[in-house]
Write a protein that binds this ligand. Structure first.
Ligand code: SF4
Length: 356
């Protein structure tokens, strides 16, 4: 099977294509003009085009399903070359605002949530992806293809930057090598030019890998799916917590280099009568003491077959206000895409069950 052209950093392509300035031109076609064939690369000589055709695959993953939410978010289901599927979501964070004179007052802001693996080893009990077990890691090209596909499908201009969150299906730090390479390709100035500060890795807390990532000093942002403040509940929600407990995660985060203007995000999935009480809030404050932290409370998004329940809004607000009053930055995540199965794995599940 040919290797995907999206698997390579610019330096790697420079090694493979001679003269090396051709690599920059190819990168330009792929990432600024979203070329779908080598044929359309007008400034590339015929013999090099033939070489590219012969040795590289330029096809992006196929979009097999798309759900558009009333809030503008779009959920994608992609088919990989071996027929497996993964999801990604385009979140419209801010809509375009047009002034009275017709000019653009504020342009739209996008965040794309991308997948790292088909399935997942972590086994979170609240997650649909976990139900199918682990199948395989995504290749570098499959990481890249999610963003190029979404930019192309929505005609997002090449100079329009977006944020990337590695938070879809799978655990990015369990696909470490490919994930790191994807971060580098995304931030390539001659390519998509998505600054590393706009890229956030969301991890379920593999502390040894958090430490390793910190040592690489890539300049990306960190988000931790903490969800609980004691090991007993956390191990119930995230079985991998038995191997990497809360203390080890907090220790690793303390060593992680955080940009001066940024904070480490702690995701806290609020489940009714499980972790929505003020005693948990107190423990959380203690735990995050000494960390430049921000807490993001997430409503548990129920799906068929779960016994967990969505918390009451008043309890969420109470929890949030309690943290804020005690000096901790805390937001409640808007449930974007609530009407389009936005929790990871839900679209894939629907497709497999034949629901549309
Ligand atoms: S929530 Fe994320 S880390 Fe946990 S099982 Fe699902 S995909 Fe894996």
């Amino acid at each position: 099977m040919q290797q995907s052209i999206y698997d390579f950093t610019l330096d790697e392509l420079k090694e493979q294509l001679k003269p090396s300035f051709r690599a920059k031109q190819v990168y330009n076609w792929l990432y600024k003009k979203y070329a779908s064939s080598f044929e359309e690369m007008k400034n590339i000589p015929k013999d090099l085009k033939e070489n590219l055709e012969k040795n590289y695959d330029i096809q992006l993953m196929q979009i097999v399903k798309k759900e558009i939410s009333t809030d503008g978010s779009i959920k994608y289901l992609f088919k990989l070359r071996d027929g497996l599927t993964v999801e990604a979501v385009l979140l419209l964070m801010k809509k375009k605002q047009i002034a009275e004179d017709g000019s653009i007052e504020k342009s739209e802001k996008y965040t794309v949530c991308i997948s790292s693996q088909v399935g997942c080893k972590v086994g979170c009990t609240f997650c649909l992806t976990a139900k199918g077990g682990f199948v395989r890691n995504l290749t570098v090209g499959e990481y890249i293809s999610q963003i190029v596909n979404i930019k192309r499908d929505n005609n997002i201009p090449e100079n329009k930057s977006l944020n990337i969150v590695y938070m879809g299906m799978g655990e990015p730090l369990d696909n470490y090598k490919n994930f790191i390479k994807a971060v580098k390709i995304f931030s390539e100035l001659d390519g998509l030019a998505i600054s590393r500060r706009r890229q956030t890795v969301s991890t379920s807390g593999i502390s040894s890998k958090i430490e390793k990532l910190g040592n690489e000093d890539l300049g990306i942002q960190l988000a931790i799916s903490l969800h609980a403040v004691d090991d007993e509940l956390r191990s119930e929600l995230i079985p991998m917590n038995k191997a990497y407990n809360i203390e080890s995660i907090i220790d690793a985060v303390k060593k992680f280099p955080v940009d001066t203007r940024k904070k480490v995000m702690f995701e806290y999935l609020v489940i009714k009568n499980k972790n929505d009480d003020l005693k948990s809030a107190d423990k959380l404050i203690k735990l995050l003491n000494g960390i430049k932290a921000k807490v993001n409370l997430i409503y548990f998004n129920p799906y068929p077959g779960t016994s967990y329940q969505r918390p009451e809004s008043k309890d969420m607000v109470k929890f949030q206000e309690y943290l804020i009053k005690r000096g901790l930055l805390c937001t409640i995540r808007e449930s974007k895409g609530l009407d389009i199965s936005a929790a990871c794995g839900q679209l894939k599940e629907k497709e497999m069950n034949g629901n549309s």
